[in-house]
Write a protein that binds this ligand. Sequence first.
Ligand code: SF4
Length: 180
Amino acid sequence: MSSVKMVEAPDGYSGAGFFATSLDEVIGLARSHSLWPLPFATSCCGIEFMATMGSHYDISRFGSERPSFSPRQADLLMVMGTIAKKMAPIVKQVYLQMAEPRWVMAVGACASSGGIFDTYSVLQGIDRIIPVDVYVPGCPPRPEQILEGLMQVQELTRNESLRRRNSDEYQHLLESYKIQ
Ligand code: SF4
């Protein structure tokens, strides 16, 4: 005879919809601790990212030590540095080649807004061409700020509904960037 005693589930841990809600949370937890960044580094902010990858700041504590230089194996596009208008189609192409779900971080003033380069040749923020989830301020941001940005993305990832990418709102967002 088994000595295992079955007990009733506590309040709030059973009932209709419980399984779906929990699946959301488990997948969100897994995603948030295994974000693979694609570092799109064009100038000085990229150097700060190199420090963030190093042993002192150690981005691997967040499960993100595996930089992907193939968009198809990356979840998080990190744009770090000045983006010239000529380079904008390349950034967009990289974004398009990433599979859903994907997140974007604009690291530093240049990627976020063009920074000090308010000039004809520089894109005044990557959100002119692709949707951005998190902006990291600074010129350059310190590694701590980049890690803070990563934690903000983790927060978004952890709490994102599995259905968000199929929602009308998300489709409208992509359509506003002429992305199908
Ligand atoms: S924000 Fe400042 S540090 Fe970063 S790429 Fe632009 S000029 Fe360089």
